[in-house]
Design a protein around this ligand. Structure first.
Ligand SMILES: NC(=O)C1=CN([C@@H]2O[C@H](COP(=O)(O)OP(=O)(O)OC[C@H]3O[C@@H](n4cnc5c(N)ncnc54)[C@H](O)[C@@H]3O)[C@@H](O)[C@H]2O)C=CC1
Ligand SMILES: O=C(CO)COP(=O)(O)O
Length: 336
């Protein structure tokens, strides 16, 4: 019988903890790194993480530590689940501690501000590893539903398909069904841009614009995601899969989504400061809307919904004005 895979998960937020649970249920030996001792203590002694997943009983084979070296030791897979904008600094600290042949797996959905780099690019840059040692997990995976062991599919992507298959085996459970993919660029962009479109849909919901507006924003949002992806070498078909349409539908229809909820609050008339104050967890689109817009401008790609989100969130443009401008853009064919 082969040894169970060893997994390190950095860190113990909503998704790190829920995904740690998936890995544990799939038979991996999992160590979760937590920033705060009280979180590690709650996981180890109480089998809970009340700050991030209240009411969820964690499996006994999920251990936590605040020592990054202990978490990283001997891991076949090292999962990274911190806010995208702190990842570079976090990984710079952890890189010397990583197991020599570990595969680094991004669970994150963001684009770095300033560099406009995807998370796998930041990982390669900081950890000095090739693309065959870097993978991504993405798809319609709201942490609270996964933690309740509700069924979901996902994508595990790596340019090296053998690595993707190993990762697939490491996280396949009766309630979590991962599919392999080699289009890492498309998978990462799908996840990062859906957070921005999730904000846009939330704003529309908050304004009471109805379900036709929602369907229109989801579809046109997917069109601009695919336009950016194609310019960056992604396979356009990836965006009609779990990493694109699947994730977009889950986020844009769920009150569990932080990005959707953030947008809804803005659309209802809350100020940015008030909205940030009531948002307890990471809503990646708030920062990544700027880096996605930056990436699009660098490649000469038009992303009107993303630009509108930047205007509303960061430039203080009233949503009613932004709506009027979006609707009065010049008429054009649906596909071009
Ligand atoms: N929550 C969800 O349903 C899902 C989230 N994701 C992605 O997972 C990533 C993490 O998100 P969540 O776990 O939801 O966020 P969260 O806000 O629940 O947890 C963030 C974690 O990062 C840690 N953290 C925050 N600032 C840090 C810093 N400066 N240095 C080190 N650690 C720091 C926190 O202690 C916490 O453990 C994001 O990129 C998100 O888009 C992906 C799929 C599902
Ligand atoms: O990525 C997610 C679901 O797949 C979670 O979305 P939020 O970050 O908006 O909560």
């Amino acid at each position: 019988m082969s040894m169970p895979a060893k997994a390190a998960v950095f860190s113990a937020g909503s998704w790190g903890t829920a995904f740690g649970m998936v890995l544990a249920d799939a038979g991996c030996e999992v160590t979760l790194w937590a920033r705060r001792p009280e979180v590690a203590e709650a996981v180890n002694s109480g089998r809970t993480n009340p700050d991030y997943l209240p009411g969820v009983e964690l499996p006994g084979n999920l251990r936590a530590t605040t020592d990054p070296a202990e978490a990283a030791a001997g891991a076949d897979f090292t999962f990274l689940s911190v806010p995208s904008q702190t990842m570079r600094a976090n990984l710079a600290e952890w890189a010397p501690l990583l197991a020599p042949r570990t595969v680094l797996v991004s669970l994150m959905k963001g684009v770095e501000l300033g560099t406009a780099m995807r998370m796998s690019e930041v990982i390669e840059d900081v950890a000095k590893v090739g693309p065959d040692r870097v993978a991504v997990v993405t798809g319609p995976n709201l942490a609270r539903e996964i933690a309740a062991r509700m069924p979901a599919a996902a994508v595990v992507a790596c340019t090296d398909e053998t690595v993707a298959r190993r990762l697939q085996a490491a996280c396949h459970t009766p309630y979590f069904r991962p599919y392999t993919e080699t289009d890492v660029v498309g998978c990462e962009l799908g996840g990062a841009v859906k957070n921005v479109i999730g904000l846009a849909v939330g704003i529309a919901d908050g304004m009471g614009l109805g379900d036709n507006a929602k369907g229109s924003l989801i579809t046109r949002g997917l069109a601009e995601t695919a336009r950016l992806g194609t310019a960056l070498g992604a396979d356009p078909l990836t965006f009609s899969g779990l990493a694109g349409l699947g994730d977009l539908v889950a986020t844009c229809s769920s009150p569990l989504s932080r990005n959707h909820t953030f947008g809804t609050n803005l659309g209802k008339g809350m100020s940015l400061e008030e909205t940030i104050a009531v948002t307890k967890q990471t809503a990646e689109g708030v920062k990544s809307c700027e880096s996605v817009a930056d990436l699009a401008r660098r490649h000469g790609v038009e992303m009107p919904i993303t630009e509108t989100v930047v205007d509303i969130v960061h430039e203080g443009k009233p949503p009613v004005v932004a709506l009027k401008e979006l609707m009065s853009r010049s008429a054009k064919p649906e596909r071009r």
